[in-house]
Design a protein around this ligand. Structure first.
Ligand code: SF4
Length: 349
């Protein structure tokens, strides 16, 4: 292996930081050998903090209605073929009830930017979940909102917020989003969430259109400086009704490489092995865990709506009920020497 690469890996392990040029060099000169060195270090560091435990989060996709038109997204407003739905409060509570019985202690409410979910409606839902399950965390992934709105949701009991930054390069951001979406506002939202006191997650797609080694280096530098509590990265997978329908999908190889790098940048980060990884490779989720990931997010959404939340082609959805899904995941995780645990799964300081 290139000695300079090895030196950079060691520097990253010791200092948790590299320059932009160094990150770029590390990605540009990646190899199987370098990945194995990174992977082992990432695995060691995650085991020191989280042992061999994998946190499980119950994903509830509350609405596929969205006012935005992100070019890469299957449920973008411009996709007239998408069959829209919105869960009722009772459906959401029923997902939580089922999830709680199965050992889930975090519920992730994810959806498009759907104006029907006003602060008032969301606060009521969050308040009820927290009253029913005080030992559980509520995570929101509902896009950009005002600081005031984020504050109200936090005061109602929401603990965590996931908002992928998508890319830390402004020009790249503009190529992935229509003109009415702003790179600055996305970063402002992340800053606001942190200031309010949420555990905050950012993230990006790997191998997205127009992504370069330089833009990835900027993503890594952003993660290093922003110090998120969580980071969701998964391979880009095209959707047939999106602007990037013909763009090739991302690779497991680069995604896993980056998971290991991110683990070394912030050893205690909550790092999901994403559904997108499991979609492009049947063993993708396990490969993610072996690269340093420590979270999985199976779907608790009602079976009849799961197919409609299609962010990208062939998204890994199974008709299986949540219990079967969880058992299958537990079995696969145990096979690689890890175990799924019933825990709220906050970041360890
Ligand atoms: S990525 Fe999110 S904000 Fe953008 S169109 Fe899709 S659901 Fe809406």
């Amino acid at each position: 292996m290139n000695n300079a690469v090895l030196d950079l890996i060691e520097k990253l392990e010791k200092q948790r930081s590299l320059t932009l040029d160094e990150y770029e060099y590390l990605i540009e000169n990646r190899s199987e050998e370098a990945y194995e060195v990174l992977r082992k270090k990432a695995e060691a560091v995650r085991k020191k903090i989280y042992s061999n435990e994998v946190y499980i989060r119950g994903l509830i996709e509350i609405s596929n209605i969205c006012k935005n038109d992100c070019y890469y997204c299957g449920i973008r407003a411009g996709n007239r073929k998408c069959e829209r739905y919105r869960l009722t409060d009772e459906q959401i509570f029923s997902c939580c009830e089922q999830g709680y019985k199965l050992g889930f202690r975090t519920f992730v409410m994810q959806g498009g930017e759907d104006a029907w979910f006003t602060d008032e409606r969301l606060c009521k839902i969050i308040g009820r979940i927290k009253a029913l399950y005080p030992d559980c965390a509520v995570t929101l992934s509902l896009g950009e909102r005002s600081k005031e709105s984020y504050k109200k949701l936090f005061e109602a009991g929401a603990d965590r917020y996931l908002l992928r930054h998508e890319t830390a390069d402004k020009e790249h951001y503009q190529k992935l989003h229509p003109q009415n979406m702003s790179f600055e506002n996305r970063l402002e939202c992340l800053k606001n969430l942190k200031e309010i006191g949420y555990q905050v997650g950012c993230g990006f797609m790997v191998d997205s259109p127009y992504q370069t080694n330089r833009t990835i280096a900027k993503d890594l530098k952003f993660i290093e400086e922003f110090q998120p509590d969580m980071c969701g990265i998964g391979p880009f997978v095209p959707h047939k009704e999106s602007v990037f329908a013909n763009h090739p999908q991302g690779t497991v190889e680069l995604t896993c490489h980056l998971l290991s790098i991110i683990r070394l940048i912030k050893p205690n980060i909550l790092l999901p092995s994403t559904t997108a990884l499991g979609t492009i490779d049947p063993d993708g989720r396990e490969k993610g865990i072996l690269s340093g990931a420590n979270v999985v997010m199976p779907n608790l959404s009602p079976e009849e709506t799961r197919d409609k939340y299609e962010l990208y082609n062939n998204k890994l959805t199974t008709g299986a009920e949540a219990a079967l899904q969880r058992n299958a995941l537990m079995g696969k995780t145990e096979k690689i020497g890890y175990k799924i645990v019933t825990a709220k799964g906050d970041i360890k300081k």
